[in-house]
Ligand binder design. Structure first.
Ligand SMILES: O=C(O)CCC(=O)C(=O)O
Ligand SMILES: [Fe+2]
Length: 286
Protein backbone atom coordinates (compact mmCIF):
# COMPACT_ATOMS: atom_id res chain seq x y z
CA UNK A 1 0.00 0.00 0.00
CA UNK A 2 1.21 3.47 -0.81
CA UNK A 3 -0.37 5.91 1.60
CA UNK A 4 0.75 8.90 -0.44
CA UNK A 5 -1.25 7.61 -3.39
CA UNK A 6 -4.52 8.01 -1.52
CA UNK A 7 -6.72 9.94 -3.99
CA UNK A 8 -7.40 13.54 -2.98
CA UNK A 9 -10.69 13.95 -1.08
CA UNK A 10 -10.90 10.22 -0.30
CA UNK A 11 -11.54 9.49 3.36
CA UNK A 12 -8.17 8.50 4.80
CA UNK A 13 -9.74 5.99 7.19
CA UNK A 14 -10.26 3.79 4.14
CA UNK A 15 -6.50 3.63 3.67
CA UNK A 16 -5.29 3.44 7.27
CA UNK A 17 -7.80 1.18 9.01
CA UNK A 18 -7.70 -2.61 8.63
CA UNK A 19 -11.12 -2.78 6.99
CA UNK A 20 -11.06 -6.55 6.65
CA UNK A 21 -11.04 -6.97 10.43
CA UNK A 22 -12.91 -3.78 11.20
CA UNK A 23 -15.41 -2.92 8.45
CA UNK A 24 -16.14 0.59 9.71
CA UNK A 25 -17.03 1.94 6.27
CA UNK A 26 -20.27 -0.02 5.97
CA UNK A 27 -22.00 -0.46 9.30
CA UNK A 28 -25.51 -0.94 7.99
CA UNK A 29 -25.40 -4.44 6.65
CA UNK A 30 -23.75 -7.84 6.83
CA UNK A 31 -20.37 -8.07 8.54
CA UNK A 32 -20.24 -4.35 9.27
CA UNK A 33 -23.57 -4.40 11.10
CA UNK A 34 -22.56 -7.47 13.12
CA UNK A 35 -19.25 -5.83 14.00
CA UNK A 36 -20.97 -2.61 15.09
CA UNK A 37 -23.38 -4.48 17.28
CA UNK A 38 -20.48 -6.30 19.00
CA UNK A 39 -18.79 -2.96 19.66
CA UNK A 40 -21.98 -1.41 21.02
CA UNK A 41 -22.55 -4.42 23.25
CA UNK A 42 -19.03 -4.20 24.65
CA UNK A 43 -19.41 -0.48 25.27
CA UNK A 44 -22.74 -0.97 27.04
CA UNK A 45 -21.86 -3.98 29.14
CA UNK A 46 -18.17 -3.41 29.85
CA UNK A 47 -17.79 0.33 29.45
CA UNK A 48 -15.10 -0.09 26.80
CA UNK A 49 -14.44 -1.25 23.28
CA UNK A 50 -10.88 -2.28 22.46
CA UNK A 51 -9.87 -2.89 18.84
CA UNK A 52 -6.45 -4.41 18.57
CA UNK A 53 -4.68 -4.00 15.19
CA UNK A 54 -7.17 -1.36 14.07
CA UNK A 55 -4.52 0.37 11.96
CA UNK A 56 -2.81 -1.60 9.18
CA UNK A 57 0.86 -2.33 9.93
CA UNK A 58 2.32 -0.21 7.10
CA UNK A 59 0.05 2.70 7.96
CA UNK A 60 1.03 2.37 11.61
CA UNK A 61 4.70 2.77 10.73
CA UNK A 62 3.85 5.97 8.85
CA UNK A 63 1.76 7.29 11.75
CA UNK A 64 4.46 6.51 14.33
CA UNK A 65 7.19 8.10 12.16
CA UNK A 66 5.06 11.18 11.72
CA UNK A 67 4.46 11.48 15.49
CA UNK A 68 8.16 10.97 16.23
CA UNK A 69 9.03 13.72 13.74
CA UNK A 70 6.57 16.18 15.27
CA UNK A 71 7.25 15.49 18.94
CA UNK A 72 10.49 17.51 19.14
CA UNK A 73 8.29 20.61 18.65
CA UNK A 74 6.10 19.67 21.61
CA UNK A 75 6.09 21.12 25.10
CA UNK A 76 7.04 19.01 28.10
CA UNK A 77 4.13 19.48 30.45
CA UNK A 78 4.08 18.86 34.17
CA UNK A 79 0.48 18.13 34.99
CA UNK A 80 -0.65 18.24 38.61
CA UNK A 81 -4.28 17.63 39.40
CA UNK A 82 -6.73 15.69 41.51
CA UNK A 83 -8.65 12.86 39.89
CA UNK A 84 -11.65 15.08 39.08
CA UNK A 85 -9.44 17.72 37.45
CA UNK A 86 -10.54 20.40 39.81
CA UNK A 87 -14.05 20.10 41.16
CA UNK A 88 -13.77 18.71 44.68
CA UNK A 89 -16.61 18.25 47.11
CA UNK A 90 -15.76 20.92 49.74
CA UNK A 91 -17.18 18.78 52.55
CA UNK A 92 -14.47 16.15 52.10
CA UNK A 93 -12.01 15.85 54.99
CA UNK A 94 -8.54 17.27 54.38
CA UNK A 95 -6.92 13.83 54.21
CA UNK A 96 -9.44 12.33 51.80
CA UNK A 97 -7.80 10.71 48.76
CA UNK A 98 -10.15 12.74 46.60
CA UNK A 99 -8.27 15.87 47.63
CA UNK A 100 -4.95 14.36 46.72
CA UNK A 101 -3.13 15.79 43.72
CA UNK A 102 -1.15 13.52 41.44
CA UNK A 103 1.56 14.67 39.10
CA UNK A 104 2.89 13.37 35.84
CA UNK A 105 5.15 14.62 33.07
CA UNK A 106 4.18 14.25 29.42
CA UNK A 107 5.45 15.55 26.12
CA UNK A 108 2.28 16.72 24.46
CA UNK A 109 1.28 18.13 21.09
CA UNK A 110 -1.93 20.13 21.18
CA UNK A 111 -4.25 20.16 18.18
CA UNK A 112 -2.86 23.43 16.81
CA UNK A 113 0.60 21.83 16.68
CA UNK A 114 -0.56 18.95 14.48
CA UNK A 115 -0.75 20.15 10.85
CA UNK A 116 -3.84 19.47 8.73
CA UNK A 117 -1.93 17.45 6.19
CA UNK A 118 -0.64 14.90 8.71
CA UNK A 119 -2.12 11.43 8.50
CA UNK A 120 -3.24 11.54 12.14
CA UNK A 121 -5.08 14.84 11.66
CA UNK A 122 -6.73 13.51 8.51
CA UNK A 123 -7.71 10.33 10.35
CA UNK A 124 -9.22 12.34 13.20
CA UNK A 125 -11.12 14.47 10.66
CA UNK A 126 -12.41 11.37 8.87
CA UNK A 127 -16.20 11.40 8.76
CA UNK A 128 -16.20 7.61 8.51
CA UNK A 129 -14.25 7.36 11.77
CA UNK A 130 -16.40 9.97 13.54
CA UNK A 131 -19.55 8.16 12.46
CA UNK A 132 -18.16 4.87 13.72
CA UNK A 133 -17.30 6.42 17.10
CA UNK A 134 -20.78 7.96 17.29
CA UNK A 135 -22.51 4.69 16.57
CA UNK A 136 -20.42 2.61 18.97
CA UNK A 137 -21.56 5.01 21.69
CA UNK A 138 -25.13 4.98 20.40
CA UNK A 139 -25.27 8.78 20.36
CA UNK A 140 -27.84 10.71 18.35
CA UNK A 141 -25.18 13.23 17.43
CA UNK A 142 -21.48 13.36 18.00
CA UNK A 143 -19.11 16.01 16.75
CA UNK A 144 -15.38 16.33 16.78
CA UNK A 145 -14.43 18.72 19.56
CA UNK A 146 -14.04 22.26 18.17
CA UNK A 147 -11.41 23.34 20.69
CA UNK A 148 -8.29 24.57 18.92
CA UNK A 149 -6.00 22.95 21.52
CA UNK A 150 -7.85 19.91 22.83
CA UNK A 151 -9.49 18.35 19.75
CA UNK A 152 -6.65 16.00 18.81
CA UNK A 153 -3.56 15.53 20.96
CA UNK A 154 -0.47 13.37 20.76
CA UNK A 155 1.01 12.42 24.11
CA UNK A 156 4.42 10.84 24.66
CA UNK A 157 5.34 9.35 28.00
CA UNK A 158 9.07 8.92 28.40
CA UNK A 159 10.56 5.94 30.26
CA UNK A 160 9.94 6.31 34.02
CA UNK A 161 6.84 8.47 33.40
CA UNK A 162 3.26 7.49 34.10
CA UNK A 163 -0.08 9.15 33.36
CA UNK A 164 -1.68 10.00 36.67
CA UNK A 165 -5.12 8.68 37.67
CA UNK A 166 -7.98 10.90 36.59
CA UNK A 167 -11.43 11.23 35.09
CA UNK A 168 -11.63 13.02 31.74
CA UNK A 169 -13.67 16.16 31.27
CA UNK A 170 -15.59 14.57 28.37
CA UNK A 171 -17.76 11.47 28.69
CA UNK A 172 -16.12 9.11 26.25
CA UNK A 173 -12.45 8.94 25.37
CA UNK A 174 -10.98 7.58 22.18
CA UNK A 175 -7.31 6.69 22.01
CA UNK A 176 -5.08 5.26 19.33
CA UNK A 177 -1.77 3.84 20.53
CA UNK A 178 0.91 4.85 18.02
CA UNK A 179 3.96 3.42 19.76
CA UNK A 180 3.87 0.95 22.63
CA UNK A 181 6.39 1.02 25.48
CA UNK A 182 8.97 -1.78 25.60
CA UNK A 183 7.44 -2.73 28.93
CA UNK A 184 4.95 -1.15 31.29
CA UNK A 185 2.98 1.84 30.07
CA UNK A 186 -0.25 -0.11 30.45
CA UNK A 187 -3.55 1.65 30.21
CA UNK A 188 -5.39 0.77 33.44
CA UNK A 189 -8.91 1.72 34.47
CA UNK A 190 -11.93 1.09 36.64
CA UNK A 191 -14.77 0.81 34.11
CA UNK A 192 -17.72 2.98 35.11
CA UNK A 193 -16.37 3.68 38.60
CA UNK A 194 -18.77 6.57 38.96
CA UNK A 195 -22.11 7.80 37.73
CA UNK A 196 -23.43 11.33 37.95
CA UNK A 197 -24.70 10.46 41.44
CA UNK A 198 -22.36 7.94 43.03
CA UNK A 199 -18.84 6.58 42.98
CA UNK A 200 -17.40 3.18 43.81
CA UNK A 201 -15.30 4.65 46.56
CA UNK A 202 -13.84 1.38 47.69
CA UNK A 203 -12.43 0.58 44.25
CA UNK A 204 -11.29 4.18 43.75
CA UNK A 205 -9.54 4.32 47.13
CA UNK A 206 -7.78 1.06 46.42
CA UNK A 207 -6.46 2.25 43.08
CA UNK A 208 -5.33 5.57 44.53
CA UNK A 209 -3.47 3.64 47.23
CA UNK A 210 -1.60 1.74 44.50
CA UNK A 211 -3.64 -1.47 44.64
CA UNK A 212 -4.30 -2.44 41.03
CA UNK A 213 -6.31 -5.58 41.85
CA UNK A 214 -9.63 -4.18 40.72
CA UNK A 215 -8.30 -2.26 37.74
CA UNK A 216 -8.70 -3.58 34.26
CA UNK A 217 -5.88 -3.52 31.71
CA UNK A 218 -5.71 -4.78 28.14
CA UNK A 219 -2.77 -5.99 26.24
CA UNK A 220 -2.60 -3.15 23.74
CA UNK A 221 -0.09 -3.27 20.95
CA UNK A 222 0.59 -0.22 18.78
CA UNK A 223 -2.33 0.35 16.41
CA UNK A 224 -4.97 -0.45 19.06
CA UNK A 225 -8.01 1.82 18.99
CA UNK A 226 -9.83 2.06 22.31
CA UNK A 227 -13.08 3.69 23.35
CA UNK A 228 -13.95 3.93 27.03
CA UNK A 229 -16.08 6.13 29.24
CA UNK A 230 -13.19 8.27 30.46
CA UNK A 231 -15.43 10.77 32.22
CA UNK A 232 -16.89 7.99 34.36
CA UNK A 233 -14.00 5.53 34.61
CA UNK A 234 -10.99 6.37 36.76
CA UNK A 235 -7.96 5.69 34.57
CA UNK A 236 -4.29 6.30 33.88
CA UNK A 237 -1.19 4.70 32.45
CA UNK A 238 1.33 2.73 34.51
CA UNK A 239 5.02 3.61 34.49
CA UNK A 240 6.72 3.27 31.11
CA UNK A 241 9.77 1.01 31.24
CA UNK A 242 12.57 0.26 28.78
CA UNK A 243 13.99 2.63 26.20
CA UNK A 244 11.16 3.84 24.03
CA UNK A 245 8.55 6.48 24.82
CA UNK A 246 4.93 5.38 24.69
CA UNK A 247 3.05 7.53 22.18
CA UNK A 248 -0.69 7.78 22.02
CA UNK A 249 -3.14 10.02 20.22
CA UNK A 250 -6.24 11.22 22.00
CA UNK A 251 -9.29 12.06 19.90
CA UNK A 252 -12.05 14.08 21.51
CA UNK A 253 -15.71 14.38 20.58
CA UNK A 254 -18.77 16.03 22.01
CA UNK A 255 -22.52 15.79 21.67
CA UNK A 256 -22.59 19.57 21.20
CA UNK A 257 -21.28 21.05 17.97
CA UNK A 258 -18.68 23.82 18.38
CA UNK A 259 -17.67 22.71 21.87
CA UNK A 260 -14.67 24.66 23.12
CA UNK A 261 -12.93 24.40 26.46
CA UNK A 262 -12.41 27.36 28.80
CA UNK A 263 -9.17 29.34 28.56
CA UNK A 264 -8.43 28.55 32.22
CA UNK A 265 -8.49 24.83 31.69
CA UNK A 266 -6.43 25.07 28.51
CA UNK A 267 -3.80 27.19 30.25
CA UNK A 268 -3.73 24.74 33.15
CA UNK A 269 -3.11 21.84 30.77
CA UNK A 270 -0.92 23.38 28.07
CA UNK A 271 0.94 25.99 30.09
CA UNK A 272 2.91 29.02 28.91
CA UNK A 273 2.63 28.55 25.15
CA UNK A 274 -1.16 28.66 25.20
CA UNK A 275 -1.21 31.38 27.85
CA UNK A 276 0.85 33.52 25.49
CA UNK A 277 -1.29 32.81 22.44
CA UNK A 278 -4.42 33.79 24.36
CA UNK A 279 -2.81 36.90 25.86
CA UNK A 280 -1.60 38.10 22.46
CA UNK A 281 -5.03 37.55 21.02
CA UNK A 282 -6.67 39.48 23.84
CA UNK A 283 -4.21 42.32 23.33
CA UNK A 284 -4.96 42.43 19.62
CA UNK A 285 -8.61 42.79 20.64
CA UNK A 286 -9.71 39.62 18.90
O1 LIG B 1 -2.67 7.33 26.93
C1 LIG B 1 -3.69 6.75 27.28
O2 LIG B 1 -3.88 5.56 27.02
C2 LIG B 1 -4.73 7.48 28.08
C3 LIG B 1 -4.49 8.94 28.09
C4 LIG B 1 -5.51 9.68 28.89
O3 LIG B 1 -6.11 9.18 29.76
C5 LIG B 1 -5.79 11.10 28.60
O4 LIG B 1 -5.06 11.72 27.80
O5 LIG B 1 -6.75 11.65 29.17
FE1 LIG C 1 -7.80 10.42 30.33
Amino acid sequence: MNIASNPPNADIALTLVDLKRYPIADLDQGEGAAFLSKCQHSMETNGWCNLDGFIRPDALTALADEANALLPTAETLTIKRNIYQGAIDPSLPANDPRRQEFMHVAIQLADDQIPDETLIQQLYKSDILTEFVRRVQSKEQLYRCADEFQALNIVALQPESWHAWHYDTTECTVTLLLQAADQGGEFAFLPNSRTDETEDREAVDRLLAGDMSQAQTFSRGAGTFTLFRGGYSLHGVTKVEGERPRITSIMTYDEQPNRVISDDINIRIYGKRVEQILAERAQAGE
